[in-house]
Each structure stands twice: as C-alpha cells, then as structure tokens.
Design a protein around this ligand. Structure first.
Ligand code: NAP
Length: 294
C-alpha cells in the first residue's frame, strides 16, 4: 500500500543565498512542491522581507562562522546553496569569491557534517569552471565542489553558464548608453532562466545525479547579448568595443586598488574570450524575459 503524498511528513530544505536572484526562484519552486523551507538572511531587514515566502528565517552570515549555530541544521533534510558573491558591478562588497563561494559554503558544510542528518547538498557552481583554474570566480566554485564531493554528504552540482537575471544588472548601463564589449565580443554562451535552474536544483534533491550542466535554448555572442540588452531599453546604437590590450593594461592597476573589482573584471575578460555553451536544457527565451523586466 502506498502512502498518499499529503500524509507524508514535510521535508525541510535549508536554502543558502535565498535573498539572491536564483535563491528566490528556488524558494518559489520549493513552495510549489510543498517543501518546508528554512532560509538564511544576513540582516533582520532581509529576514523580514523573506518571511512571507518561507517557513522560517535565521539571521546569520555563512561567511562569519561565529553567527552559525547547530540550530541552523536541526531537522534539515536537504540543503540547496545559491550562495555566492555577486558578479554585478553595482555590488561594492570587498569580500573575495574565495571568502564567499568557498569559505561561506564550507562553513555550513562543516556544520552539516558535525550536526546534520542531511540527505543531499545541492550546490550551484558555474558551467566550465574546471577549465578556468586561474580565475578567482571559477576557482572558488570548483574548490567548494571538491570539498563537497569529499564531505561524505550525498551531493549534486548544478552548473549553468549565465542566468537571465545577470542581464538585468546591465539595464541601467544600457539606458545611459554605456554598454561596451571587451574585444570583438564573438565568444558565445547560452543564458538560462533562473527559474529553470531552480527547478533543476529541486529535482536534484531526490534524483541520483552527480552533476547537471544546463543552458538556455539559444547561444548568443557576447556582442549580440549587449545589443539585446540595448534594444530592450530602446537603444539601438552599435555597442562600442574596448580592445583587449587596453583592458590588459589597466587590469594590474585595478588589482592594486580594488581586489574585488579586479576579480570581477578578470572574470569578464576571460568569458569574453571563451565560448561557454552548456547542454541546452532550458526552453524560456531571453528576449521575452528582458521585455518583461524593462
Ligand atoms: N548570475 C549568474 O549568471 C550565474 C551563473 C552561473 C552560476 N552562478 C552562481 O549561482 C549562485 C547564485 O547566483 P545569483 O545570481 O542568484 O547571485 P546573487 O543574486 O548575487 O545572490 C547571491 C546570494 O549570496 C549572498 N551573498 C553574497 N555575498 C555574500 C557575503 N559576502 N556574505 C554572505 N552572503 C553573501 C547574497 O546575500 P545578500 O542578499 O545578503 O547579499 C545572496 O543571497 C552564485 O554562486 C553564482 O556564482 C550565477
């Protein structure tokens, strides 16, 4: 005899990074599937904003081990982590990718190893990270992936190339006509809607999958992407190209002045020169998304 779904005990998912773009989509999918949700927020204000969407919020900062207690893991069946330093240029936090993506996640992983009974830890890394060991953003994701693989906790790694939400950060620049492309902008990638990545994260809780690589239905060049964003805000002028030699000249100076900005710039220069196309598993289109969000 099978137990009706409504009589099964609700399982609790701890969501890290739930205040972010992907994290908030993860909350949506978990709610649709009737999971019990515990979220974390760094400030009481952010906790208050999350309250309508989750069963419980704990105020803590995964990058500050002193704020983490075993209570965070009490009764938790699964963890989904979309915790990572923002790539947005409007984020001026000085923490490094290593401190957030690696150390922040590792602090929670250690707690889970010590106190939790976690059936699965699903971590969102980045597609093709293993090919870019010298880029801090990718390295931090890959380093945490290795730690999670070794932890003894069952896990799945979700690897999207770029989320649609990343292009929302470019809208203010596009409105001011300040979008530019590093180099010729001919490297291609296939962005994916964060909701489709969130669905993959939630599916992975109960599927025996080690890694899910997933991108959207269309591969665009970086230049085409900048043009799409411009078009979405009614700016149809050609996107200026900043030559690589100029970027390379300034990068060492940026590194001296602002390590955080340097790490982001180094990431953008790397992806501007490298194709990054994941298996096309998403169906939603970036053009529709941009039209909805302008
Ligand atoms: N965006 C993309 O195109 C893309 C592509 C591939 C992989 N990914 C990865 O997917 C994950 C989620 O991406 P996303 O775009 O949803 O990121 P996001 O919107 O920037 O959200 C990041 C989350 O991490 C938290 N966080 C950031 N810095 C922190 C710090 N110093 N200490 C503690 N918490 C911090 C944020 O909390 P606050 O709200 O308190 O800041 C937020 O909850 C990241 O690991 C990212 O690298 C993203």
């Amino acid at each position: 005899m099978t137990t009706p779904l409504s009589l099964l005990p609700m399982e609790t998912v701890l969501v890290l990074g739930s205040t972010g773009s992907l994290g908030s989509s993860v909350l949506e999918v978990l709610r649709q599937q009737s999971y019990r949700i515990r979220a974390t927020a760094r400030t009481p204000l952010k906790a208050e904003q999350l309250t309508p969407w989750v069963d419980e919020v704990m105020v803590c900062d995964p990058t500050e081990p002193g704020t983490l207690t075993p209570a965070l893991l009490e009764g938790v069946d699964y963890i989904i982590s979309a915790l990572g330093k923002s790539l947005s240029l409007s984020d001026d936090s000085r923490a490094s990718f290593h401190e957030v993506n690696y150390q922040g996640n590792l602090n929670v992983l250690k707690l889970a190893q010590a106190y939790g009974q976690v059936k699965k830890f699903v971590y969102v890394a980045a597609f093709s990270g293993e090919n870019h060991p010298n880029v801090a953003y990718f390295k931090a994701h890959e380093d945490f992936t290795k730690a999670l693989r070794k932890s003894g906790i069952p896990n799945s790694i979700i690897k999207p190339p770029v989320l649609f939400s990343a292009f929302l950060n470019l809208l203010p620049l596009a409105r001011k006509g300040r979008l530019a492309s590093f180099g010729p902008g001919d490297a291609i990638t296939n962005p994916i809607h964060e909701h489709e990545v969130a669905e993959a994260c939630v599916q992975a809780l109960t599927l025996p999958v080690s890694t899910i690589e997933l991108g959207g239905p269309v591969a665009y060049s970086r230049l085409q992407l900048a043009e799409l964003v411009g078009k979405a805000v009614g700016k149809n002028k050609p996107v200026p190209r900043v030559p690589y030699w100029l970027v390379r000249t300034f990068l060492p100076m940026v590194r001296l002045l602002n390590q955080s900005l340097y790490e982001k710039a180094a990431f953008f220069v790397e992806v501007a020169q490298t194709d990054c196309v994941a298996p096309a598993k998403g169906h939603l289109r970036l053009e529709d998304y941009l039209a909805e969000h302008v």
